[in-house]
Design a protein around this ligand. Structure first.
Ligand SMILES: [Zn+2]
Ligand SMILES: [Zn+2]
Length: 333
């Protein structure tokens, strides 16, 4: 790559306020996700680092380059806090802790990553089994399989948090204390950090500048419902500036919350509409949800999690039911 495109995708530190930097870290391995944000917040003689970037070739170097633009090095990290245990927010935790000697704080429901990472083969087989039971045909399963293998886990190694990042814990910085709010849905381990006096919200992937719905299916009863509840939690905070895990910071927090609600309602409606009068497998519903033109293996993977999440949500609302197993078929209730 050369020219303006390469330039645009360099690691960068943007100062949001004195003592608060957005570290914009390019992601190479994930098509459609050009970068992830970490945040460095001044704290005494160093910084609190929120999120890590993805473990991929050059990933740690890109984090160091972004830190360097803020006049910082890995050794300045006094504490590492992860908004959730996805690899783009947690993947580099191990080398950061090694270089700085810092602690990691993260929500205790991180098994969706840490258990899977302990035995990737088994986790992978489990996902394949979920896909098979969802009606994914053999050929697509194989494509999905090789796409997943290529992507890898995106973490250097599993590290456990020294402290549970749960409500009541505060993250103290030079900008004041940040309160922790649980916001499951996108991931069971998801939390947001709120700095009340300044009206700042570090939202991870719960609230993004561009609506992009993803649920970690299979760990909790109703990820989509949990996501909607978490939107209410964040709405009550009435934050004035949102620092999201991807994309630029934004001010219209309430507007973004409403846009997310509308998007969920609209996508739930697509699933509801797709099975109206039919008996469909989750896989057969995916094109209605994400659109034919986006049916790449990675999108099918995401779309399947999303479809399963909405089916589960509608099932809890009494609107749909599963009428057969292996493959599962769903009908309107
Ligand atoms: Zn995430
Ligand atoms: Zn992310």
């Amino acid at each position: 790559m050369s020219g303006p495109q390469r330039k645009r995708n360099l690691p960068r530190a943007d100062q949001i306020l004195p003592g608060l930097w957005r570290l914009r870290l390019p992601i190479v391995a994930w098509p459609g996700v050009p970068h992830v944000n970490a945040f460095a917040i001044a704290s005494g003689s160093g910084v609190v680092l929120v999120d890590t970037g993805l473990a991929e070739p050059g990933g740690l170097g890109r984090l160091e380059q972004a830190l360097d633009q803020a006049g910082l090095r890995l050794e300045h990290v006094r504490l590492l806090v992860c908004t959730h245990a996805h690899s783009d927010h947690y993947g580099l935790a191990a080398p950061i802790m090694e270089a700085s000697g810092c602690e990691l704080w993260m929500h205790p429901r991180h098994e969706h990553m840490t258990r899977a990472a302990k035995d990737p083969e088994r986790a992978f087989e489990r996902r394949i089994e979920v896909a098979r039971q969802s009606g994914v045909p053999e050929q697509a399963l194989r494509e999905y399989q090789s796409a997943r293998k290529e992507r890898g886990m995106g973490i250097v190694k599993i590290v456990m948090p020294q402290r549970d990042l749960v409500p009541g814990v505060t993250v103290d910085t030079d900008l004041g204390a940040w309160d922790v709010y649980e916001t499951p849905g996108h991931a069971p381990s998801h939390v947001v950090l709120h700095q009340r006096e300044r009206g700042l919200l570090i939202s991870g992937d719960h609230l993004l500048g561009r609506v992009s719905l993803y649920y970690d299916y299979g760990w909790t009863p109703d990820p989509a419902g949990e996501f909607l509840d978490s939107l209410e939690v964040v709405e009550r905070l009435d934050a004035g500036l949102c620092l999201a895990g991807h994309g630029r910071p934004f001010r219209d927090v309430r507007g973004h919350i409403q846009a997310n609600r509308r998007a969920v309602a609209e996508r739930v409606e697509r699933v509801r509409g797709a099975i109206d009068g039919r008996r469909l497998t989750p896989f057969e519903i995916v094109p209605a949800l994400i659109g034919e033109e986006e049916l790449t293996p990675m999108m099918v993977n995401w779309g399947l999690s999303e479809t399963l999440s909405y089916l589960r949500h509608l099932e809890r609302l009494g609107e749909v039911e599963k009428v057969s197993e292996d493959p599962a078929r769903w009908v309107s209730a």
